[in-house]
Design a protein around this ligand. Structure first.
Ligand SMILES: [Zn+2]
Length: 310
């Protein structure tokens, strides 16, 4: 089984730098910010930025690339000014991602803050309708991410994501997808460790949201315990998830064509090895190793396409 695995990488020095870094790490996909993630304003993308990026993507042989939206965006905000600003900013995110040729933009559904969950959900529905309308004809999707449920953040229950997808089920809604984050759902209270727990969680997700709506996976261990509702990522196998959930994920044919992105801390370990390379190696090392798991028919990948270095 050959999964599409990559990481969130920096665009410092140029958008194409993220592609180069992914390829050099032996990754087959990459996630990036298309603008400073802590600022509303964005420098316009130049034709040169786009050409260099698309060139690098094609020559490096990557199989997928996506964006992560700015953390400032809150499509559930009860405050009209912030909500309107968020819609406009999300439209810009989708425009930029489309120009770069990215598959989609991962966005957290939002936080309802001083309003209720129900009111927050309605705000997100209206906002998504506006974003879809404002980006009509563009190629990049809008992928709602499962959240840990920290504070008043929406999206920590599969039911909420199902509701959002159902309510925005109109023209253009085929561009709406979902991103599952392993750290977030575990922190939100969905068990993943034993093979039975993992299977039950994926089946529950499938029943409510649909596995076919998943456009990206965020592959992170959790620094905080099960059900803590705190969003803190850890290196693969070094948090409260441990290696087992990742063994299930890496041997699950349902995710075979779904790009997986690490969002773990950068830097190097004590031997000077890059954490992205270590985490990638750990994940790929779990493929085909089903220790302690029940027998499940796993179909072999049809084309063992080379996703290695360009
Ligand atoms: Zn994530």
């Amino acid at each position: 089984m050959r999964h599409i695995v990559g990481s969130h990488l920096s665009i410092a020095g140029g958008y194409y730098k993220a592609i180069d870094a992914a390829a050099e790490l032996g990754m087959s996909c990459v996630q990036l910010f298309t603008k400073n993630n802590n600022q509303w304003a964005a420098k316009p993308l130049s034709d040169e930025d786009i050409e260099k990026f698309r060139n690098a993507y094609n020559t490096r042989g990557l199989q997928a690339a996506c964006a992560h939206a700015s953390y400032l965006i809150n499509l559930a905000a009860p405050n009209d000014e912030l909500w309107r600003k968020s819609i406009d900013a999300m439209i810009v995110e989708v425009e930029r991602a489309s120009r770069l040729g990215l598959g989609g933009v991962v966005v957290h559904p939002g936080a309802h803050t001083t309003s209720t969950l129900e009111e927050g959900l309605e705000r997100v529905v209206t906002a998504l309708d506006e974003v879809l309308k404002g980006t009509k004809g563009l190629t990049a999707g809008i992928w709602l991410e499962t959240t840990a449920g920290q504070g008043s953040s929406i999206g920590c229950r599969f039911e909420d994501l199902a509701y959002l997808l159902e309510r925005t089920n109109k023209k253009g809604a085929e561009r709406l997808g979902v991103c599952i984050d392993t750290c977030h759902i575990f922190a939100a209270g969905y068990p993943l460790i034993s093979p039975e727990e993992y299977e039950a969680t994926v089946q529950q997700f499938d029943r409510l949201v649909g596995v076919d709506r998943v456009q990206a996976l965020h592959i992170n261990d959790s620094a905080k315990p099960f059900g803590s509702r705190v969003d803190r990522h850890a290196h693969i196998g070094q948090g409260h998830l441990g290696l087992e959930p990742f063994r299930h994920v890496m041997n699950d044919p349902r995710w075979e064509r779904v790009p997986m992105y690490l969002e773990t801390e950068k830097g190097t370990n004590e031997s000077g090895d890059e954490w992205d390379a270590i985490n990638l190696r750990t994940l790929l090392g779990l493929v085909g190793k089903r220790a302690g798991t029940p027998k499940v028919a796993v179909k072999k990948s049809k084309q063992e396409k080379k996703a290695k270095k360009g």
